[in-house]
Design a binder for this molecule. Sequence first.
Ligand code: ADP
Ligand code: 5GP
Length: 219
Amino acid sequence: MSIHDHTFRLGQVLVVCAPSGTGKSTLIEMLRREFPNFAFSVSFTTRAPRGEEKDGREYNFVSRDKFVAMRSRGDFCEWAEVHGNFYGTATKPVERMLDAGKDVLFDIDVQGARQLKKTFYKGTFVFVLPPSREELVRRLRGRGMDSNESILCRLGNALGEMEQATNFDYWIINDDLEMAYQELRAVYLAGRCKPSLRSGILDNIMGTWEDNGTTGCST
Ligand code: ADP
Ligand code: 5GP
């Protein structure tokens, strides 16, 4: 048995939130590339697929009726309406992945993070901040995916989202990308060392003393 055996290791919930355009997807992509064993919580959404998105990979794309039925059944551990569409996380698959010792990454909005904290209160909650409004505008324009109207809407929402930043365990300012990534990976790795995720390991290591005497020495 090794300490990496999942019998002794529960998965970590890692939640990353940021105002749109901050660089959250870029940072998450870097983390998933370095740690390919990360499980990603595939959300349910009522929005239509964009570009190359595939059902079951980026999202589970469902109708509004199906989403509402799932919500009424209590399938979601969190859900929210974001930019006019519903998004939600189904509880069961997440629990299965955590029990199997997999770390699970969540890319959700601040409303969802607040709800998730009630269920997965031992999780690690990270808020990524843009260095300034000016830089956020530059990134949103530079990405070239949003209309002027949509950029103004996202900038307005950013302020409300940042007001929620005090509910998070860590703040990462995404100014220099490499520096921000180093901070994110440090937070993730530190989160893996939480005693609550390593249940059984202490007893197991201490158990290796049993046959060899338990008397200490006095100095
Ligand atoms: P989000 O997922 O938060 O909406 P993205 O990851 O799509 O944001 O990033 C928005 C834009 O900003 C992208 O064009 C990305 O390449 C760029 N970007 C991300 N981080 C930085 C950074 N530290 N410095 C400059 N540009 C960045
Ligand atoms: P997009 O439609 O651009 O992929 O995502 C829009 C926003 O919805 C992003 O802030 C993203 O983090 C958030 N989001 C994605 N999935 C979920 C989810 O399951 N729950 C919640 N609350 N937000 C989500």
